[in-house]
Design a protein around this ligand. Structure first.
Ligand code: NI
Length: 213
């Protein structure tokens, strides 16, 4: 009896060792945890804190804070109206993504925050946002207010002095579209070059799985 028990135990241990070795060598698939796989594959989690309180002025001249937008997903882009290509392209992508979402787009508020408050006044923004999504809100403010908002989102921007002093200056700036949840928390970021289809697919995924309270 005792011998049988020892043999059984030995066979069991060898079997267990084989299974562990097979998993290690990849013969037995195990679920993978992390960024890959699963329904949240489109989300780029950041270890850094993105977002935070801001006080700005919208394109109708009203002072608004981040808290005024609670209850809706926020699609936020920092740029400037004189931008020759990147900003209009990105705002067009946001507009097309929202159009692709259909009725679900009503849960999303697109925001355009200028990094050039010197030229992007309330009036300039009011004329500019009309060219994109009908619900796009343009935000400006004092240089200090803009600096605080940009810092909260980790946005880089700087004036690029033109070689020709009579030419209008350009702004260097990072180009990411941030998605914030209805509670104001950071959800994901869309890198420059994201297609409207990909943006819409991620938005739909997020809205369907994490509906607003
Ligand atoms: Ni730009």
């Amino acid at each position: 009896m005792k011998r049988d028990l020892l043999i059984g135990l030995a066979v069991g241990l060898v079997g267990l060792a084989l299974v562990v070795a097979a998993i290690g060598l990849g013969y037995i698939p195990m679920p993978r945890f992390g960024a890959e796989g699963g329904r949240s594959s489109g989300l780029v989690k950041s270890a850094l804190k993105v977002g935070g309180p801001f006080t700005l002025v919208d394109h109708t001249g009203k002072t608004v804070t981040d808290a005024d937008f609670r209850g809706r997903y926020l699609l936020i882009y920092f740029g400037y109206t004189y931008c020759p290509d990147v900003c209009p392209t990105t705002l067009q992508t946001m507009t097309e993504a929202l159009d692709l979402l259909g009725e679900k787009a009503e849960k999303v508020q697109p925001l355009f925050i200028t990094v050039d408050p010197e030229r992007d006044t309330v009036k300039v923004l009011a004329d500019y946002v009309k060219a994109f999504h009908p619900r796009l809100v343009g935000l400006t403010g004092t240089a200090d207010q803009i600096a605080r908002a940009a810092k909260a989102y980790g946005v880089y921007y700087a004036k690029a002095e033109p070689s020709d002093p009579d030419a209008p200056y350009l702004m260097d700036h990072s180009s990411f579209v941030y998605l914030m949840g209805p509670d104001g928390r950071y959800l994901t970021v869309f890198p420059h070059g994201t297609t409207p289809e990909d943006m819409a697919a991620t938005l739909k995924d997020v809205i369907d799985n994490r509906s607003a309270p």
